[in-house]
Every structure is written in C-alpha cells, then in structure tokens.
Design a protein around this ligand. Structure first.
Ligand code: ATP
Ligand SMILES: O=c1ccn([C@@H]2O[C@H](COP(=O)(O)O)[C@@H](O)[C@H]2O)c(=O)[nH]1
Ligand code: MG
Length: 239
C-alpha cells in the first residue's frame, strides 16, 4: 500500500534510528574522502557580483523537481543545479570517489554532505548567474547545516513538490533514463530516506516561513501554473 505524505511533523520523531544509521554510514564513507576544509570567499561569500538568490527544490523521488526546474529556467532565467546530476557526473568522470557515490545511489542513501556541498559550491562559484535552483538538496538536516556552514548562505525560497507515493513510484518506473536507482527496490529505500531525513528539512523551512508547497499532481503545465506566481512576484526575474 502506498500513502500520501500528509503530516510532516508527525513523521519526524519516529525516524531516529534511520538517522543514526545514515550518520554512521556517512562517517564510514567519508573516511575515504579527503577532508580539506573549504576556503571562504571575502565576507564569507564565494559569489561574483550580486548577492545570490537561492531556491532549494525539494520533493520525493519522481515528484517532478527536474521537470519543473526546466520550466523555471526557461521562464525566469535561473541556473539549475541538480545535486543528483552533479553526483552522477562524478560517477561518469570516474573520479576517485565515483565508485562510492555509485554504491550510495544504488542503495538510495545520502552521499556525505561535504562531498555534495563542494560540488554545488564549485558550480555556483563558476557561474555568471546569481539565481540558482538547487534541486534535490538538502536531503537531510546534516546536509542543510553543512551547506550553511560551508557557503554561509541561506535559501531565499524553498519549493516543496508534494506528491502521493503511488504517483511518484509510477513516474520513476516509467522514466526510462537508465538510472541505476529507478527500480522498485531502490525506490522503496529512497522513499524511506525521504520521509525520515528529507521531511525534517521541509518542516524546518516551513517553520521559518520560506516554504512554498506545490501540489505535484496534474500535468507538468498545470503544476507550473502554481510555481509561476512564486517567481513572478519577483519582478527582476522576468526574462
Ligand atoms: N506532472 C507530471 N505528470 C506525469 N509525469 C511527470 C510529471 N512531471 C514529471 N513527470 C515525469 O516523471 C518522471 C520523473 O520526473 P522528474 O525527473 O522531473 O522528477 P524528480 O523529482 O526530479 O525525480 P528524482 O528525484 O528521482 O530525480 C519523468 O519521467 C518525468 O517526465
Ligand atoms: O544531495 C543529494 C542528492 C542526491 N543524492 C543521491 O543521488 C540520488 C539521486 O538523486 P536525485 O535527486 O533523485 O537525482 C539520491 O537517491 C541519493 O542517493 C545525495 O546523496 N545527495
Ligand atoms: Mg531529478
């Protein structure tokens, strides 16, 4: 049976063991990484030009984050940084830790924060844009805290694509892009991790008044009509 993720706060407290398992896993994994401390830019910022406008794009696997990000890019001129894509690029590039990232993605687990934050930070640093969509990140409170610590930045907006599990599973299984994690076993694991580790982040931003919840059921165009006003409210984003 699949169910809709309805109450966020009620899901949080019972997930402690999952959180601890992931923490232990991350620690073991990270032992094999270099632990170089990232350097801060002037004033703690690492961006050129304007103050960055950061949007975190959250939602379960297959909720349509990537699809909606493409539309936001087209309509509002953002740069799309999918954390998952950056990690998959590391695998393809065969970097020293590509194999570990591959194992982690196959298991539906979360790659250590420092690794992902460094990849995101590097992309932001090398971009001439100041408007960023960070898709599929932060996936845990630990991710969120690492991002804040390393970048000294905070998101301006957080979008949350709220989708029933049944619909997410259907979409992922039909995706057909050859992703190693688009199979029913890994999807189940990703959904568990989503509930236990990602929803607390959603809840955090809800409490801070930064969250825009989008009903992710309907056609991609219908969903975008809920997204559009969030950005249209910022006149400077009209392209
Ligand atoms: N509104 C929609 N209705 C039906 N299918 C959709 C909709 N939006 C996206 N899809 C399809 O569902 C699949 C998953 O969408 P997408 O890749 O955008 O999700 P995602 O949230 O980025 O997933 P993941 O977290 O796994 O990367 C894709 O094949 C996409 O074409
Ligand atoms: O911040 C992140 C983002 C992703 N991962 C891992 O990648 C897969 C796929 O991510 P998508 O956003 O669905 O493309 C995810 O299940 C994680 O294993 C991550 O560790 N950290
Ligand atoms: Mg995606």
């Amino acid at each position: 049976m699949w169910r809709r993720v309805a109450s966020l706060s009620s899901l949080i407290s019972s997930k402690r063991s999952s959180t601890l398992n992931q923490a232990a896993y991350s620690f073991k994994f990270f032992e094999s990484f270099t632990t170089e401390t990232p350097t801060q830019g002037k004033d703690g910022r690492f961006f050129k030009g304007k103050t960055p406008f950061i949007t975190f794009v959250l939602g379960g696997p297959g909720s349509g984050k990537g699809t909606q990000c493409e539309k936001i890019v087209e309509n509002f001129g953002f740069t799309h940084l999918s954390a998952g894509d950056l990690l998959r690029r590391e695998i393809i590039s065969n970097t020293e830790y590509g194999a570990k990232i591959l194992d982690t993605i196959k298991e539906g687990k979360i790659v250590p924060s420092e690794v992902t934050v460094k990849l995101i930070r590097k992309e932001m640093e090398s971009s001439d844009n100041y408007k960023f969509l960070i898709d599929g990140f932060p996936r845990s409170e630990e991710n969120r805290i690492a991002f804040e610590r390393i970048t000294e930045a905070d998101p301006d907006i957080v979008l949350f694509f709220d989708c029933p599990e049944e619909e997410m599973v259907k979409r992922v299984l039909n995706r057909n892009q050859g992703r190693v994690d688009d199979n029913i076993d890994t999807i189940r694991k990703r959904l568990k991790i989503f509930e236990s580790l990602n929803l607390p982040v959603v809840n955090y931003y809800s409490k801070r008044g930064k969250l825009y919840t989008i009903n992710a059921v309907g056609t991609a165009d219908e969903i975008f009509e809920q997204v559009r006003p969030v950005f249209a409210a910022h006149e400077e984003f009209s392209t």
